[in-house]
Write a protein that binds this ligand. Sequence first.
Ligand SMILES: [Zn+2]
Length: 470
Amino acid sequence: MIEICHHGATAGVTGSCHEVRLGGGSRESGVSDARAAGILVDCGLFQGHDEGGGASSSDLTIRFPIGHIRALVVTHVHIDHVGRIPYLLAAGFDGPIICSEPSAIMLPEILEDALKIGFTRDRQLIERVLDLIRSRLVPLPYGQWHSVFSGEGCSLSVRLQRAGHILGSAYVECDAREDDAEERIVFSGDLGAAHAPLLTAPESPERADRLVIESTYGDKDHEDRETRRYRLKSVLEHALEDGGTVLVPAFSIGRTQELLYEIESLIHDFGGALWSNLEIVVDSPLAAEFTQIYRNLKPYWDAEARDLVVQGRHPLSFEQLTVINSHEEHLNTVEYLARSHRPCVVLAGSGMCAGGRVVNYLKAMLADSRNDVLFVGYQAAGTPGRDILTYGPRGGWVQLDGERYDIRAQVHQVGGYSAHAGQSDLLEFVAGISSPPREIRIVHGDPESKLALKRCFQSLSATDIIIPSE
Ligand SMILES: [Zn+2]
């Protein structure tokens, strides 16, 4: 029996980890058959509210059988899809890690950072884990079948296709065969929005007998790209008129680069004194590193972005962009900007102001009404970001590192830089499959999003729609 099991991303949006198992009896009976063989798709960390969903940051032990797992396939390098890989290795997983070529470049970098924060400060130990991960990587070009195992009546091959979510992201097609049964199972990973900058939009799979699909935005659509760009433009223009700093709390791979890409296009299209004098600062060593990786991987950009390069434009390394690495440079920049009256946009993490370099900027800048804070991402309840968004516009205050800071800076929000497909994108992805899947499993979403998407899929009368629990 060809089975799909879920070891995460069923109770929320994090901890993605799914399994295709062949020849192994039923899930209830565990893995008893010596013939059992399987693959994992992603092995991500649980974060925030989802930590109760199976593991927490202090308990990352892999609690499911892995002796029969022949390979791990990675859809993309966001930490909620790859963060448990070191723990998978510690549990004894000794198979290959299959991922796209850009993901193979980015994965050791993102895990290095995760290990430093959550695992150990021991440099040598980190290097050993990273070397082990590098030695297991099997970079697979998009669109190319790869046999994971074959024999004893069972075989399984995988193919990666562009998912348009972040650089290197892929959805995974699996051709599984057990005795006379054979089927194609597709895991969407995280899908990108149709008109996201920089990346090619995903195309529907040609076939999917069973589909496991994400539902982060299963209940809503984003603002379209032109509206979003126009709103970004007017917030920046308004904010910069009085010569202050616009602070954008943002760090995630994908979103930072999308924002830089859009800001470069605004500078190019509108010019004039305001836009040509504008300085852009990216203050985060990790964002800097990933921006560099994005720059190096131009062959994976979409046609629009590659055209700009042909025209001599540099969407991610334009003249007015400064990238800050060292802590000393960071402190100098905070101090300089707090005193100077130069129009400047600063991108710094964390995105919800709960830590990271953005906190020093906030402390130095919130009291000055010339400055602005622009939120582009979701602000969870209980974070300083949510408090600034709620109380800032009424002249309230926020607590940072135990101290109270009055907010006189202006506060704005522009939505849609989420790098995730909206509801219509998800529906289109499924509608494009030539014959509807016989089963769709909805994962990676809040309960409302999953239900909303389930309702949309109900018109597919021959399809079982399942919202799995672990
Ligand atoms: Zn993601």
